[in-house]
Each structure stands twice: as structure tokens, then as C-alpha cells.
Design a protein around this ligand. Structure first.
Ligand code: MLC
Length: 493
């Protein structure tokens, strides 16, 4: 099995059907069939082969959503080349780490984004690859690929400050695509509006893969923009939409009558990547006439748990395990907790990644081998109700989620500790209505500390969503007798 076999249901099986539309720069709409998608990626695969890429090589993607992202992604899937998506908001420090860890043959990017690629990295322009593909032979390429071959290495923020690459195989993505498609009843009749970034598993593993498996029609936009959303919804009239909570909070800003009209055409709104406040769910239902379906996944595991399509979509809960996925809630002693009690969520299934790229230490830490298999420690705390619904109630780790993007405080703290005058620093998430959480830095520093300089240093090296929204000076950090920082005792801002 390889991913192409599933994608062929549409690439070959629905060759003549309209597959994709996107807005051109001049404002006109481009439409491609599944046959077009297939041949474009065949040609792109031949370009990659000419440039020396073979099965098992890595290729970095540093791109906004665009049709060429899809061409390149499918070309890699067909060749067994491992895709390494990089968040377009990442900057020097983050990209340098990913490139040195994954060692891609090249990082594919645009003219605008090329400035952020480290100088010693092979940067390929997507426009040049696309131009080369346009004159290539577009007949099918086929490579012998094993289902356990990696399809992508997805970097997730690491607790040590350095991100780790979750190795997702063809089988992982296939299991996820089939679950998403069947459990959410996605069919070729659907019209999917894709606003989430393709460099994350939400937009890629759920969005692109469910589109290709089901053969529905997709409208792809560069990135979510609330000002353009009314036009996308009214002109494309989607039936299917995936968002993070921040996207739903922003959609609540739309006028009542428009919301109602959008709701009339819609079949399913799905939310994930961060907790959806029950109030947002209820308000959204009142305004759009749809109960958002909330589900739970991670970059390392793809989708684990989902509220049911039929049946109760319970506010605050993430629902029931997906087919093939086993879930356990364990206490500190790794023993199962009683019903309703809180413990750490462990998962097992065909969706769970093979491990972390070249990090046997981190892989050993994240997995627990039991007599019934290999369980992945999610780091999330949860409980199960009497009727089997799971609810998440926080995290074991310090992870901050802002707008659906993960932030590990340690990475920012390490950078700030290098700033003049800083003696101690701790970064915490503070609640924010729109983004869920925002990072704030509490700093113990002498008079040489300069806030503007610290902020500029963060902005230079880190993604914009990681830059602390405030620097709060404190005399000391509240600690326990054992020296652990008590974040809850820091002054509220
Ligand atoms: C935001 N920006 C982006 C971007 N999202 N740039 C490129 N691509 C994107 N996808 C930039 C904006 O241009 C802007 O830059 C700044 O970030 C703030 O954006 P905003 O539009 O003012 O913010 P907001 O209205 O808050 O909306 C942000 C958002 C974004 C919701 C659109 O946070 C987003 O796309 N989040 C999705 C994250 C995601 O897909 N996570 C899935 C992880 S997978 P400037 O320069 O103008 O300031 C995972 C597993 C699972 O967790 O279970 O799914």
C-alpha cells in the first residue's frame, strides 16, 4: 500500500471531475480536474527525479498554500520522497534547526520567503520547478514504496526547546484519511473550502488527503482571512469546512444574515488543533445553525478521537475514539484511572507515528511498550465519561497553543536568557479570546535589559506567534521548595 493507491480513487477514478479551484492573482478563478492534478504531479515528479531526488530523500517545503504545493506534495508521495513541511511563519532559528536535523536535499520556497532560508541551504524556487514541469513528460511515475515508508516528517515543538520530527508513514496517513472520510461522511458530492495551512497535519492529513480520497471539489486559499471569507463562502458555497477555534471565533464576527446563508449550504463544520470553548460552540450554533464537530488529534498521531457525525456532539468533549484507535487514561504509576478521573491520555493505532526522526531518546520517552503493543504518551490530560466520551482537561507539559499553532515556552526562554541583563525568565500562556492563549514573558533582569531589543531579537529568530505579547518585570520568580516555578503565582496581566 502507498498513499497514491488511495489518491487514485480520485486521480484515476474521477479523472474528468472538477477537483480544485483557486483564485488567480488577477482575480479570475482557475479550475483543474483530477486528471490535471495527476498529470501536473507526474511532471513535477520527473523534475524532482532529474534533480536527483530518490525514495527516502527529504525535501523541505517552505510555502504558503498554492496549487504548486499540491503538485510537489503528490510528486514526493509518488516518488517516496519524504516531505518536510516548514511553517511559513518560522524564522532563522527554527528553520536552521529543521534543516540541520532533517537534512533535506533542498528547501522549496518562493522569491518572497527565500530570505529566511539559511544561507548554506539549497533553496529551490517553486516557480522554477513549475516552469520546468510545464515542459516535462506527464505520464505516470510509479515507485515501489512500502506502507511503512515515511511520507512526511512533521516538526513539533519540543519540550527541550528544539523541535522534533514526527515520522508519519504512508500507512499512518492512509488510516487517517479513511477514518476522516468515512466517519465524517465526506463524499464526492462535498465542496471543501480549504483555509488551513498545508504545512500542518490538520490542513494536509485531514484536508488534502480527505479531498483526494473522496474526490470532492476543493477551493484552496492562500491563508485564512476574515475579510475575504464572505466572498469565498458565497461564491464557492462549501458544504465542508475545517477550522481551528480562532477561525470559528473570527467567523462569529460575520453578520447574522450572511452566517445564516453560509449555514444553509453547509453540511459539516469541524474544529480541532486547540480546545474549542463551549461558549463558541453554542454561539456558533445559534448564528450559523450548525453544531461544530470537535475532534482531537496531534501532529504525532493524526486524528485520535472525534465527536460522532450522527449522535451527540457534546460541548467541551472531543468524543469517541476513531476506528482502529485505542485510548487509555493512566495515572502517574501508569495504572488505568477510574471512570471520570483525570489522567494522562495514551493512544495506540495505525495513525500513530513511527517515532521521532533520528531521536531514539525522545522516541523511547514518548512510547511505552506494553504486552498489547506500543502506546504513545500524548502529554494531554483527560477523562472518560460513563458513556465513553473523552474530555481533555489540560496538559502535562507547558505547551501553549495560540491560534492553533504550538509554542513551547522553553524555546523562547532560551533565547531571552541570552539577552543583556536577563537573569531568569519564564514564559507562560495567558488567556486570549481570539487566539486561545498568548505567550507572555516574566523577566528578572537588571537595568541593562531592554524590552524593545529583546522583542526585536525574538522577532528576528522566531515565528511571529511566539513573540511574547508582553515582558513583565518581576523581582523574583515564585518557586516551590524544590525550585519549581509556580506559574500560577505570577502577577496576572
Ligand atoms: C496567520 N498568518 C499566516 C497564517 N496564519 N501566514 C501565513 N499562513 C498562515 N496560515 C500570519 C498573518 O498573515 C499575520 O501576519 C499574523 O500571522 C496574524 O494573523 P491574523 O490573521 O491577524 O490572525 P488571526 O485572525 O488570529 O488568525 C490566525 C489564523 C492562524 C487562525 C488564521 O493562526 C492559522 O492559520 N492557524 C491554523 C494553525 C493550524 O493549522 N494548526 C494545526 C496544527 S496540526 P502579519 O505579518 O500580518 O502580522 C495539529 C493537530 C491537529 O495541531 O489536531 O490538528
Amino acid at each position: 500500500m502507498q498513499l497514491t493507491d488511495i489518491f487514485n480513487l480520485s486521480l484515476a477514478g474521477r479523472a474528468a471531475a472538477e477537483a480544485l479551484e483557486y483564485d488567480r492573482v488577477d482575480g479570475t478563478i482557475a479550475t483543474l480536474t483530477f486528471a490535471d492534478i495527476d498529470t501536473r504531479s507526474n511532471a513535477m515528479a520527473r523534475v524532482l527525479t532529474e534533480r536527483g531526488l530518490v525514495r527516502g530523500d527529504r525535501l523541505g517545503f517552505f510555502l504558503l498554500n498554492c496549487v504548486e504545493f499540491i503538485d510537489l506534495f503528490l510528486a514526493c508521495v509518488k516518488l517516496g520522497v519524504i516531505v518536510v513541511p516548514i511553517n511559513v511563519l518560522y524564522r532563522e532559528r527554527e528553520i536552521t534547526h529543521i534543516v540541520s536535523d532533517a537534512e533535506p536535499k533542498a528547501v522549496v520556497t518562493t522569491e518572497d520567503l527565500a530570505q529566511f532560508i539559511p544561507a548554506n541551504t539549497n533553496g529551490w524556487r517553486i516557480a522554477e520547478l513549475a516552469a520546468a514541469a510545464s515542459t516535462q513528460d506527464a505520464t505516470r511515475v510509479w515507485t515501489a514504496i512500502d506502507g511503512d515508508d515515511p511520507a512526511a516528517i512533521v516538526y513539533t515543538s519540543g519540550t527541550t526547546g528544539k523541535s522534533k520530527g514526527a515520522v508519519l508513514t504512508h500507512n499512518n496517513f492512509a488510516a487517517n484519511a479513511i477514518n476522516v472520510m468515512t466517519c465524517w461522511r465526506i463524499t464526492s458530492e462535498d465542496r471543501y473550502l480549504a483555509v488551513l495551512p498545508l504545512f500542518h497535519v490538520h490542513g494536509l492529513g485531514n484536508g488534502i488527503h480527505a479531498w483526494l480520497a473522496s474526490g470532492c471539489k476543493m477551493k484552496l486559499v492562500e491563508k485564512f482571512d476574515i475579510k475575504r471569507a464572505p466572498d469565498w463562502f458565497t461564491s464557492f458555497q462549501p458544504t465542508l469546512f475545517f477550522g481551528v477555534p480562532t477561525v470559528y471565533v473570527r467567523l462569529l464576527e460575520l453578520p447574522e444574515d450572511l452566517a445564516k446563508r453560509i449555514g444553509e449550504k453547509m453540511r459539516l463544520f469541524v474544529c480541532g488543533s486547540a480546545p474549542l470553548p463551549a461558549q463558541t460552540l453554542e454561539e456558533f450554533q445559534g448564528k450559523f445553525g450548525h453544531r461544530i464537530l470537535e475532534r482531537y488529534g496531534m501532529s504525532e498521531t493524526l486524528m485520535n478521537i472525534s465527536n460522532p457525525y450522527e449522535g451527540e456532539r457534546r460541548a467541551g468533549a472531543v468524543g469517541l475514539p476513531f476506528p482502529g484507535v485505542s485510548v487509555r487514561i493512566l495515572n502517574h504509576e501508569k495504572q488505568p484511572v477510574a471512570e471520570g478521573e483525570v489522567g494522562e491520555v495514551y493512544v495506540k493505532g495505525p495513525n500513530v507515528c513511527a517515532g521521532y526522526w533520528r531521536r531514539p531518546d525522545a522516541t523511547a520517552e514518548a512510547f511505552v511498550a506494553e504486552s498489547d503493543g506500543r502506546w504513545f504518551r500524548t502529554g494531554d490530560l483527560g477523562q472518560r465519561s460513563a458513556d465513553g466520551y473523552y474530555t481533555l482537561c489540560g496538559r502535562r507539559t507547558d505547551l501553549i497553543i495560540s491560534g492553533g499553532f504550538n509554542i513551547y515556552p522553553r524555546e523562547i526562554e532560551e533565547l531571552l536568557l541570552d539577552q543583556p541583563g536577563v537573569r531568569e525568565v519564564v514564559v507562560c500562556g495567558v488567556p486570549d479570546e481570539r487566539r486561545g492563549e498568548l505567550p507572555v514573558a516574566y523577566v528578572v533582569a537588571d537595568e541593562t535589559f531592554d524590552e524593545a531589543q529583546a522583542e526585536a531579537a525574538c522577532r528576528q529568530s522566531l515565528a511571529s506567534f511566539k513573540v511574547p505579547r508582553a515582558f513583565v518585570r518581576v523581582d523574583s520568580l515564585p518557586r516551590t521548595a524544590l525550585g519549581k516555578i509556580q506559574k500560577h503565582l505570577l502577577p496576572k496581566i
